[in-house]
Design a protein. Sequence first.
Length: 352
Amino acid sequence: MRTGKGSGEGSAELLIEGVAKRFGEVAALDHVSLSVAQGELLTILGPSGSGKTTLLKVVAGFETPDAGRVLVGGADITALLPARRDIGMVFQNYALFPHLSVKANVAFPLEMRNIARAEIDRRVGEALAMVELAGYEARLPKQLSGGQQQRVALARAIVFNPRLLLLDEPFGALDRKLRETMQLEVRRLQRRLGLTTIFITHDQEEALVLSDRIAVMNKGTIQQIATTTEIYERPANDFVADFVGESNILHGTVSAPGLVALPDGRKLMVDSEAAPGAKVGLLMRPERFSGGGLNEFSGEIVEAVYLGTSFKLRIACEGGPELLVRQPARGTLPAAGTKITVGIDPEAIHVF
Ligand SMILES: Nc1ncnc2c1ncn2[C@@H]1O[C@H](COP(=O)(O)OP(=O)(O)OP(=O)(O)O)[C@@H](O)[C@H]1O
Ligand SMILES: [Mg+2]
């Protein structure tokens, strides 16, 4: 049994190898492989039903995979009982014991491990201090706010120095402001303890704020695993480009080196080595447009929205695509019907 001496000494690398899980006709996990380095926070981002929770359950031992292995710190734990895996978890719906005090809730995993009373008291105190709930020991869960309850759940998940921390949409029920505060708190705590962590969300902003790397999931498969900037700026396919951030996605054919022909006949200059004849996707983020550039689009504003620091414009281009463009908010919001020309340079277009 490890004791709570240093930080992150229990934390370990996680390897998921070819994990598959079917529920009848549904392939909830279709041979998923990924690794999380020791001390890393990996976010799994994906739409509802993409297999996120199933993957966490396989790691925690609540689902048995049809194929594949799970290794923690090099040891195969695929057949180990959940209680023997030393994994801390926080679920979306708090799942605190309602009849137990805050202190008893957090002490629970330590009691299960037959740790001495004095040591339990010390570690519960430490964990509650970490989530800034010192002084709340005697309260019952129903006497706490939603954010406080999630902090208790977090304290309970880390109090036994878990080898991994798994968080399944832990802030789903919280309002936006509290969510943002909790995101930063989790990040700080995770870094400080050096905890290997998987964080599930279907909120892409949350994923961008929190992660070292993001794994984007769809229909039981991992679409791309990369750093946050990589995912945003160089998505691997349409699904990732569309799911993460606002995007303009066009498809075309490379007509000459550095030139892509769109279906409407328009040609765009791009910064890409793709060979002539290749079918490619083009991603243009709304904020990468300006008043002019090597590729120009003229059209009419069909919708304009004021967003505080920027204007969000939907532009119907003459004979061509509809574009979403963001411009710094200066002057008055242009009216619908206004003619406009915007441009984008080749290096601002991601070719995939
Ligand atoms: N116990 C089960 N029995 C049958 N089907 C299941 C079971 N658990 C999950 N599924 C199915 O497997 C697929 C993946 O479910 P999962 O809960 O992993 O999705 P998710 O990505 O966590 O979605 P959400 O964002 O809505 O929580 C879904 O189609 C779901 O209906
Ligand atoms: Mg889920």
